[in-house]
Design a protein around this ligand. Structure first.
Ligand SMILES: NC(=O)c1ccc[n+]([C@@H]2O[C@H](COP(=O)([O-])OP(=O)(O)OC[C@H]3O[C@@H](n4cnc5c(N)ncnc54)[C@H](O)[C@@H]3O)[C@@H](O)[C@H]2O)c1
Length: 289
């Protein structure tokens, strides 16, 4: 259903890779709500994914940019404003990647060159996007910027690895830049902390299916899916949330406020006790599970 929440608004959307992507669902919803926007991703993602189909469907265009490269970003922003015929009212940063996760390096055995890449791609790119937009005065007064985060910025979740550090930095950038852009141009900057979601990036996390199952059991409303996340992001791009800024907003079915749920406790009814699964310190491995 469309409410025309973004009628007449222009935007820039990073991170649509394929139909599962949160950015993809957000682009579809933004289009339904009357927005016009430019889609962007890396050359590899454009080749590997299906972003061209999305652009066609949404009467959009795809402009290549690596979000870690400020020259690419400035070029992208100029071309996108030209295509749209004006400045942006909203920007979505839906970007994440950890070479340590990809190559199976655990948090106590990180490759530091990979760690730099994780932080650059997943967090510092957000600063680069904001700084480039500000330099080119590319966002309209009262505009809205959203980046995607995860509760691992606040809580330790086994297997999330150096992405937890990246998300903590990402949320901090939203606050620090949110002050500057809010003061100057009433531009809002928020992060949405989303449930585990079945996407290419999500599926790369070690034990993702277990994490997904656990979060679903712990959340009274269940895990939020990518379409529901897109709906929430649309409200943040709309004029209905003009005084919401510098926040990390949980969109997780209630997970972040839970300690233990009936559905999670039921797993233990199967008979497994903590003593059965606790760490075998001598080997650093779980005996069971
Ligand atoms: N899937 C989940 O469980 C989950 C949960 C919470 C938050 N998030 C976050 O949501 C965001 C979107 O991820 P997704 O789950 O839709 O997965 P996805 O794999 O569909 O999207 C990740 C995107 O990042 C892009 N990207 C990677 N490196 C880039 C670079 N250098 N420049 C520009 N783009 C680059 C990829 O091409 C891809 O389009 C990420 O920030 C992710 O951490 C995901």
């Amino acid at each position: 259903m469309s409410y025309n929440l973004l009628k007449g608004k222009r935007g820039l959307i990073f991170g649509a890779l394929n139909e599962q992507s949160i950015a993809w669902k957000t682009a579809e919803r933004a289009y339904e709500e009357g927005a016009r926007f430019v889609l962007t991703n890396t050359p590899a993602a454009i080749k590997m994914g299906t972003i061209g189909q999305l652009a066609e469907k949404c009467e959009s265009t795809v402009i290549i940019a690596d979000a870690t490269n400020t020259e690419d970003l400035e070029d992208l922003i100029k071309k996108a404003m030209e295509f749209l015929g004006g400045k942006f009212d909203f920007v979505l940063h839906s970007i994440g990647m950890s070479p340590n996760v990809r190559k199976g390096r655990t948090y106590d055995d990180l490759n530091y060159s990979y760690l730099h890449q994780t932080l650059d791609i997943s967090a510092i790119s957000f600063h680069k996007v904001l700084q480039s937009c500000r330099k080119l005065d590319a966002i309209n007064e009262g505009g809205s910027v959203v980046a995607l985060s995860y509760v691992a910025a606040q809580r330790t979740l086994y297997g999330y690895n150096d992405m937890a550090d990246a998300k903590a930095l990402l949320e901090s950038i939203a606050r620090s830049f949110g002050y500057i852009y809010g003061r100057e141009k009433s531009i809002r900057i928020n992060t949405v902390s989303q449930s585990p979601t079945m996407t290419t990036a999500g599926g790369g996390i070690m034990g993702f299916d277990k994490l997904f199952d656990f979060a679903g059991r712990m959340s009274p409303l269940g895990n939020a899916n990518a379409i529901e996340c897109a709906d929430y992001i649309i409200t943040l791009f709309s004029d209905l949330t003009r005084k919401v800024t510098m926040q990390n907003l949980y969109h997780d079915g209630g997970y972040s406020s839970m300690g233990m749920s009936l559905a999670a406790m039921s797993v233990y009814r199967e008979g497994l006790e903590y003593s059965d699964v606790k760490e075998d310190k001598s080997r650093g491995k779980s005996k069971k599970l």
